[in-house]
Ligand binder design. Structure first.
Ligand code: KG4
Ligand code: ZN
Length: 350
């Protein structure tokens, strides 16, 4: 059984073909994974412009899907289903993928599966590593989300905590912008931080102890908060700039100091959650999981505590459709199908 996955939730138009292997250890294999990035278009504006994103998805979607089928060496008749990101994300962008998937499923007579974008990020770990030792604590850390999930059974995700304000990737993007480093901020800060002193700038760490009034069902002490950190960087840079522009070394120092605080918070909360829930593994997924310091620290902490840790390859860290196809296969096998009334949902709960 092969499935076509389609992802258009933000600024990447992506399509992929994933198939079942029949092996229990490693259930799925990627046959193709095509991504048309819109980064050069949005870079000019310093961030994603939703209207430009939707229009570019419309231009790219047919070619990207054709290419995914071609790379996989399959045609529509070789597929068993179509999976598409239903949400969360930019509604105009999501609508392009959802409309295309519905039309394609109807025309080819294939079943349709709606996928939650974050379930896709979580399943990217299974796609590459096989089923994780369960229970597993998975940190999903991207431009739009920073959340910890407990996975007790394959395909079931329980929210443990989340950010109260900015997502970690959003903090990277905003700090890069105020340092004049362009968009997206994660990769450039990651690179410059390697040359910087991570203790050069004293920045606050936030540790929440009380429940969030908006989420009384969660204890709240594993939540994240990055907006105070971003403001502290802004205040430091503004004050410092009164004496003239920052040198390249000072910019690297700010990057390294900022990154140390972000990564510490992510690693600290992930391992605290793992201890609390007796996790047998820890996973990190989403765009920020491409971060070199986060990858190194997760691995070092896991090795020291003898708990296996998993991060996706760089290609599957940021948005892609192979992860959507994988999550779609999981749902398809669980008997879940979407009708042709499937609608995009900007704020879809997992
Ligand atoms: O998962 P993703 O591609 O899209 C969303 O679902 O949001 O994540 C994009 C985010 C951006 O904020 C980007 O700055 C961040 O991931 N990112 C990184 C790195 N590479 C991408 N953040 C830190 N270090 C990186 N190396
Ligand atoms: Zn994402």
């Amino acid at each position: 059984m092969r499935i076509l996955g389609i992802e258009t939730s933000c600024d990447e138009t992506a399509a992929a073909v994933v198939e079942e292997t029949g092996e229990t250890g490693r259930p799925w294999a990627t046959r193709s994974n095509v991504i048309a990035s819109q980064v050069p278009i949005h870079r000019e504006w310093g961030g994603v412009v939703p209207e430009l994103a939707s229009r570019q998805h419309i231009r790219d979607i047919c070619g990207v899907v054709d290419r995914a089928l071609g790379d996989a060496g399959v045609s529509w008749t070789d597929l068993g289903a179509v999976a598409v990101t239903q949400g969360p994300g930019l509604v105009g962008s999501l609508l392009v993928g959802v409309s295309f998937a519905k039309a394609a499923a109807a025309a080819a007579g294939l079943p349709l599966v709606g996928v939650h974008h974050l379930a896709g990020h979580i399943e990217s770990l299974v796609l590459e590593n096989g089923e994780l030792p369960l229970p597993s604590v998975v940190l999903v850390v991207s431009g739009g989300h920073t959340s910890l999930y407990l996975v007790e059974r394959p395909g079931e995700y329980t929210l443990l905590s989340r950010t109260r304000d900015d997502a970690a990737g959003e903090a990277y993007d905003k700090v890069a912008k105020l340092l004049g480093l362009g968009y997206p901020g994660g990769p450039v800060i990651d690179r410059l931080a390697r040359e910087g002193n991570d203790r050069a700038v004293a920045l606050p760490t936030t540790r929440l102890t009380h429940a969030d009034r908006n989420a009384p069902g969660l204890k709240g002490d594993l939540d994240f908060s990055f907006s105070g950190l971003k403001t502290a960087v802004l205040r430091y840079v503004t004050l410092r700039q009164e004496a003239g522009p920052l040198t390249a070394q000072e910019i690297a120092d700010v990057c390294a100091s900022f990154q140390r605080v972000v990564v510490n918070a992510l690693v600290d909360r992930a391992f605290a959650a793992a201890r609390r829930h007796g996790a047998k593994s820890i996973g990190v997924a989403g765009g920020v999981s491409a971060n070199s310091r986060l990858r190194a620290e997760i691995k070092a902490h896991g090795d020291a505590r003898e708990i296996p840790t998993f991060v996706p390859s760089l290609q599957l860290s940021t948005d892609n459709a192979a992860m959507i196809a994988a999550a779609g296969l999981r749902q398809f096998r669980a008997g879940r199908r979407a009708g042709l009334d499937l609608n995009a949902a900007a704020c879809l709960p997992l």
